[in-house]
Design a protein around this ligand. Structure first.
Ligand SMILES: Nc1nc2c(ncn2[C@@H]2O[C@H](COP(=O)(O)OP(=O)(O)OP(=O)(O)O)[C@@H](O)[C@H]2O)c(=O)[nH]1
Ligand SMILES: [Mg+2]
Length: 387
């Protein structure tokens, strides 16, 4: 049986947690090699150097720095693409697994389960997890909405966690990634969208495995911590909205959604109060000028909400109308556009969060999947009309 290589991108990590994850991989029966791809020679990097030098001889753990490959902000994308280059140029492995380095619930079982599907013949395997109902708000409101709007007749918006960093791919897939311009350019948070889109564009077979223990991460604090991610994940969709993708003949399988652990039904992923107070303060005059580009119902809702906080207006339907305008006019180089997209996204997240705080987890998830269905249905109708 072939060995499994595991690649981890990292920036600034909780070193104890990261090392624990590395040790778990080292224990894995089919462990091939571990590659750690760092952002800079920072504290995490130096601690990893010490850790590696303390390992018994023969343990294959390598540490490298990411190269400057893409055209966007230097970030996770350069890390992932550097790792792919290393895989193709420096190794002969038949497949590759990527895992985020900061997951406290990670264990070797994830690798074995993903590999089983690769061994069955799937070219791409992705992990998906139970998540708190207020979590994954970039995934739901940016990426999945965008996929449903732009490519409504494909499997893209069906993919459970298109921004997830836990994937296994075959060598032919990695090779394709090194040749895809969109992927190479995506040096920032756009990388996960770029990979997901590229897999479908090139018609690779896909399986999604369900990881019941979930993926715990730090509490976000205010949503402004996610601003860069929101903007970068939107921009990649805007840039590629005219790319043609046809997934009709792709082989696609998925584990059924398992039982959701109770803790995911009770927790909140971010600081609601802090986010509302930030939302209240953060508007500028220039953003108001943009309002004229938006349908009346969005414009009126924003103006009303600025006077008296009320997020009722930013329901899935109005988000669809706003999304359409952003896809047409959003300019990543203008502060007013960046603020405005971020503000309306926050309004969407707060609409969802406040509405379902009392109605419960199942209702909240139903509303999110309903939103994607709405985007898809409406986009299909509009594509039909345009034809
Ligand atoms: N090499 C490299 N790795 C990065 C960079 N930015 C983030 N990472 C790693 O990419 C993985 C995902 O980043 P996170 O910051 O955890 O992002 P996330 O998982 O979407 O966010 P959380 O849900 O808060 O964990 C982690 O392993 C990071 O260490 C970067 O610029 N370079
Ligand atoms: Mg993370």
């Amino acid at each position: 049986m072939c060995q499994i290589p595991n690649w981890f991108p990292f920036k600034e990590e909780n070193i104890r947690l990261f090392i624990m994850n590395i040790l778990k991989v080292l224990d894995c029966k089919r462990m091939g090699e571990i590659l750690l791809v760092g952002f800079r020679k920072n504290e995490t990097y130096k601690k990893l150097e010490n850790f590696i030098s303390s390992l018994p001889k023969g343990e294959d753990v390598k540490l490298i720095l990411q190269k400057r490959i893409g055209a966007k902000r230097e970030g996770k994308g350069d890390g992932m693409n550097t790792a792919i280059d290393y895989f193709i140029k420096e190794t002969n492995f038949k497949y590759l697994h990527f895992y985020d380095s900061d997951i406290s619930t990670f264990n070797a079982g994830w690798i074995e389960r993903a590999q089983r599907k690769i061994d069955e013949g799937y070219e791409v395997v992705r992990c998906y997890y139970p998540r708190v109902y207020t979590d994954a708000m970039v995934t739901w409101n940016i990426t999945k909405c965008g996929f449903a709007y732009i490519w409504p007749d494909t499997i893209l918006s069906k993919i459970e966690q298109p921004l997830g960093g836990e994937i296994a791919i075959k060598r032919i897939v990695a090779r394709k990634l090194t040749k895809d311009k969109m992927v190479r350019n995506s040096s920032d948070w756009s990388i996960d969208t770029a990979y997901t889109t590229s897999f479908c564009k090139h018609k690779f077979s896909l399986y999604e495995i369900y990881i019941p223990e979930g993926k715990f991460h730090r509490f976000y604090g205010k949503l402004s911590q996610l601003k860069t991610m929101v903007l970068e994940c939107f921009q990649i969709l805007k840039e590629n909205q005219f790319v043609r993708i046809d997934t009709k003949r792709i082989k696609y399988g998925e584990d059924p959604l398992g039982k959701i652990p109770k803790i995911y039904k009770e927790k909140t992923a971010f600081d609601i109060k802090g986010t509302i107070s930030e939302f209240r303060k953060g508007w500028n005059k220039e953003e108001k000028e943009l309002l004229d580009l938006f349908p009346k119902r969005v414009k009126e809702g924003v103006l009303k909400c600025q006077k008296k906080i009320d997020f009722e207006f930013m329901d899935p339907e109005n988000w669809y109308y706003a999304f359409e305008v952003f896809l047409k006019y959003f300019n990543e180089n203008e502060e007013k556009w960046k603020n405005f997209l971020f503000h309306l996204w926050v309004a969407r997240v707060l609409n969802h969060t406040l509405k379902f705080a009392s109605e419960g987890y199942n209702q909240a998830m139903r509303s999110l999947t309903g939103m994607i269905k709405y985007f898809k249905g409406r986009a299909l109708l509009e594509h039909e009309i345009k034809r």
